[in-house]
Every structure is written in C-alpha cells, then in structure tokens.
Write a protein that binds this ligand. Structure first.
Ligand code: HEM
Length: 291
C-alpha cells in the first residue's frame, strides 16, 4: 500500500473514532446509527467485564464478611431484650427485618439488600462466563511455555470450580437455613435452634466445612485479581495485596468453619428452657406491629 493511501485510511479511522468515541467496536451496529448506552458499551469490552467482576466481587466480599460477623452472635447465647430472655442471634435476625422501620414497612429494607446481592451474583456469573468465552476466542492456542500455562490455568480453573461450588452451596444453604426445606427441625425465626439442628448432623457439618474452604480459595484468588482489574497492582503494593487477600480469606474461613465445629463440640447447643421468648414468628409481627 502506498504512503498516502495508508495514511488516508488511518486518518479516516481516527476521525471516525474521535467523532463517535465508542468504548468498543460494538457501539454501532452495521447498517444502523443507534449507539449503545455507555455502560452497556463498556460492558462489551474485556476491561468492562473485569470491572464488573471486581465491583460485584467487592459486594460479595462485603456480604460474606458481614454475614460471618453477624453469625458470631451465636456465641453470645441468650440475652435479655425488653424483659424477655432471647437468643441474641434470633433478635439480630429480627432486627435485620425491622431495618429502616417505620420509613419502610417490615422486611422491605432487607429485601432491597437481597435484590442488590442477587443482582451482584447474576452480574458476577455473567461477566465470568462471557470473559471465559472472550478468552477462548482470543487464545485458541495454548500458552507455549508449560510453566505459564500451569500458573494461569490453576488460577482460572480453581476460580471456575470453587465459584461453581460456592453457588451450589448457597442454593443448598438457603434451602437449609432460610426456607427450612432440608432441615426437618426448622422453625421460622428461631435462628439459633435452626443452626444447631442443621450443623449437628455430621455430613452437613462436613459439607459446610468443605464449602467454606472452597469459598476461602475463591476469595483469595478473587481478591488478588480484583486489585489487578482495578489497576491497584503497583509492585510496591504487592506485599499488601497478598496480606489483604490472605487475611480476609483466612478470617472468613476460620469464622465460618468454627460454626459447624463448635456445634459438633456442643458449644452451640439449643436449650429451649433458657429462653422466655423463643421465636419472632410472622404472627407475632402482625400482632405487635399493626396498629
Ligand atoms: C457456617 C457458616 C454459615 C452459617 C452458620 C450461616 C447461617 C445462616 C443463617 C442462619 C441464615 C438464615 C438467616 C435468617 O433467616 O435470618 C443464613 C442466610 C444466608 N446465608 Fe448463611 N451462613 C453461613 C455461611 C454462608 C456463606 C459462606 C454464604 C455465602 C457464600 C452464605 C449466604 C447466605 C445467604 C445469601 C443467606 C440469605 C440471607 C437472607 O435472605 O437474608 N452463608 N445463613
């Protein structure tokens, strides 16, 4: 190609980019002048998907840490509330449903948080899937160096498998402790009793321990790569990156694994004679909170 033709082509391409300014080549469909909204266009790129993975991952980490810390209330046992003896964790679960009352009706604030969490999980899964598809298209040929291949594939394979295990665990966990379908002794609102009833079954305790170890591996690799995706990977911070990823993953795993172990050891043991107000059932709420 002669000099003037190739430069003319380059200038034409640059002027198109400058006048339209899309993030990806997907912004304008062939034969149409309609633009995609900026965020959707950004999500069409690998960088956009990595941002989505990182931001939804941070939301997930926030939930997992908050949930573990909240569950530590199981160790506070019975406390006195309005003259009644109640399990502190039952009271806490009730408090979560009363969040922002009376600005919002009973349970609404919790549902808003749940919807945010569900959206984050769906986006996290979609971004993970479409990044895998993009990577396969971009690298149909394996890494040439066996060492690079092993490192890259261990991290990405472990993320995929631990991610799938965590999603399966969440489905099982909701059916066990939120809806009670898998827990014959489940009683709505009696969180302490339900935890004891569920985790004192040895196979279930083992399942919780295994799932939380998978979660720990996922959190460690996820936190490590989210720093990279957000561009926080200056070599000076790498020591901090490793410490934060190791520290948070360890705290979550140790906290969560303690619940099945302490239930099997008899430290967490439901005693119905220890309480005077055993459950915050829906009927209670209707009776006490409607004028
Ligand atoms: C041994 C560790 C764990 C224990 C003892 C535990 C306990 C519980 C309990 C008792 C509930 C029902 C709370 C209620 O009805 O108010 C619950 C709900 C839930 N748990 Fe866990 N959990 C553990 C680990 C996890 C992990 C690792 C995850 C996520 C990766 C998780 C995700 C959830 C979700 C999404 C809900 C539903 C929350 C809601 O609907 O408000 N849990 N958990």
């Amino acid at each position: 190609m002669c000099w003037s033709r190739s430069h003319a082509t380059n200038f034409w391409a640059m002027s198109q980019t400058l006048s339209r300014g899309p993030v990806s080549g997907t912004a304008v469909k062939a034969g149409s002048r309609r633009r995609k909204p900026f965020l959707l266009d950004l999500y069409g790129t690998a960088v956009g998907k990595k941002y989505v993975m990182a931001i939804t991952g941070i939301m997930g980490i926030g939930f997992v840490v908050g949930h573990m810390v909240g569950n530590l209330k199981v160790y506070l046992g019975v406390v006195e509330e309005n003259g009644e003896l109640v399990y502190d964790i039952d009271h806490y679960a009730h408090f979560l449903r009363e969040l922002l009352m009376p600005i919002l009706p009973y349970g609404y604030a919790l549902w808003i948080l749940r919807i945010g969490l569900i959206a984050a999980i769906v986006l996290h899964l979609h971004a993970a899937y479409s990044l895998t598809v993009l990577n396969r298209k971009a690298r149909p040929v394996r890494y040439q160096s066996a060492r690079d291949y092993q490192v890259a594939s261990f991290a990405s394979r472990s993320m995929r498998w631990t991610g799938i295990l965590v999603v399966l665990f969440i489905a099982w966990h909701l059916a066990d402790l939120t809806w009670g379908w898998l827990n014959p002794d489940y009683v709505y609102g009696e969180v302490y009793r339900n935890i004891d009833a569920s985790l004192s079954r040895v196979p279930v305790a083992i399942l919780y321990i295994a799932a939380n170890i998978a979660l720990g591996i996922h959190l460690f690799h996820g936190m490590w790569s989210l720093f990279q995706s957000m561009g926080w990977n200056n070599p000076r911070f790498n020591k901090w990156r490793r410490s934060i990823a190791t520290g948070l993953a360890t705290v979550v795993v140790v906290g969560n694994v303690s619940f099945p172990i302490m239930t099997l050891a008899g430290v967490i043991e439901y005693d119905e004679t220890a309480v005077t107000h055993s459950a915050y059932v829906e009927a209670d709420v209707v009776e006490t909170e409607t004028p």
